[in-house]
Write a protein that binds this ligand. Structure first.
Ligand code: C5J
Length: 225
C-alpha cells in the first residue's frame, strides 16, 4: 500500500509496512526542568509543547500496527562511551555524569534518561540507547532496520538541529527516505528549527521531506478493525 503526504518540497510516498516511526530523544533530560537541556541554560518549555502532537502521531501509527523506534541519548555510568570533549564542552551548571535533580545527567538508567510518560514505549517497540547525536552511530540501528525491511523513516523528536538533523543525515547516507514532522520536532532556538527544516528539504529534498502532522495523519489509511 502506498500513502502520499503532501509534503515539501514535493509529495512523500511510503508504504507503512516498510516504514518506521523514529522518535528521537523525547527524554526527561531534554524536556523537563533540571535535566541536561536545562543545565545548558535552555528554556525547556519550547520542547514540552510538542508532546501532544508527537503523542497524536504515535497513537495513530500504533493503531496501524507500524514499527516504532524510540531513541535515548545517554552514556554508560562509567562514562567510557562519553568523549571527554563532549563532557567538558561549554559552561553548563551540571556536566554529563554529575548528580542533578533527575539523577546523574545523561546517564543510562537515571530518572532523566526516561522517555516522558506520555510517549513511553510499549511492548514490541524498539528502544535504542545512543551515545552520540546520531541514531545510527554505535547503535546497530541500521542492521535492525535492514532485517525488518525498513526503507522509509518518519521522524519526530528533539532537538531539531542537533540529534534529529544528525540522525536524518545519517539515515539519508544509508539510503532511507525520511520525512520530518514539522510540528513533531522542536529546538531551544526557534530560528535553528526553521533553518533546519529549510535545509533538509532544500535542493529537491537533499536530506528529506517535511510536512505538518495534520497532512501525515490525513495520508494514513484507516486502521483495520
Ligand atoms: C542535544 C539532542 N541537543 N537530543 N541532544 O544535545 O538533540
Amino acid at each position: 500500500m502506498t500513502c502520499t503526504v503532501a509534503a515539501q518540497p514535493f509529495d512523500y510516498r511510503f508504504d507503512p509496512a516498510h516504514t518506521a516511526l523514529l522518535i528521537i530523544d523525547m527524554q526527561r533530560d531534554f524536556v523537563e526542568p533540571g535535566g541536561f537541556g536545562a543545565s545548558l541554560g535552555n528554556d525547556v518549555s519550547l520542547l514540552q509543547a510538542i508532546i501532544p502532537t508527537v503523542q497524536r502521531v504515535l497513537l495513530a501509527w500504533r493503531a496501524l500496527g507500524g514499527l516504532v523506534v524510540h531513541t535515548r541519548e545517554a552514556h554508560l555510568p562509567d562514562l567510557s562511551d562519553c568523549p571527554p570533549a563532549k563532557r567538558e564542552r561549554g559552561q553548563p551548571s551540571l556536566r554529563i555524569g554529575d548528580v542533578g535533580p533527575m539523577g546523574r545527567v545523561l546517564i543510562r538508567g537515571e530518572p532523566g534518561h526516561a522517555i516522558v510518560p506520555a510517549l513511553a514505549p510499549v511492548e514490541g517497540e524498539i528502544v535504542i540507547d545512543k551515545p552520540g547525536k546520531g541514531a545510527f552511530y554505535a547503535t546497530g540501528l541500521h542492521e535492525t532496520l535492514q532485517e525488518l525491511g525498513i526503507t522509509h523513516l518518519i521522524v519526530m523528536g528533539v532537538t531539531t538541529e542537533v540529534c534529529v538533523q544528525t540522525s536524518m543525515r545519517e539515515a539519508n547516507d544509508r539510503g532511507y527516505e525520511c520525512l520530518l514532522v514539522e510540528d513533531g520536532t522542536d529546538s531551544y532556538f526557534p530560528e535553528f528549527k526553521a533553518a533546519t527544516l529549510a535545509m533538509i528539504r532544500a535542493q529537491g529534498a537533499i536530506v528529506g521531506w517535511t510536512a505538518p502532522s495534520a497532512l501525515l495523519l490525513q495520508a494514513l489509511p484507516a486502521p483495520t478493525p
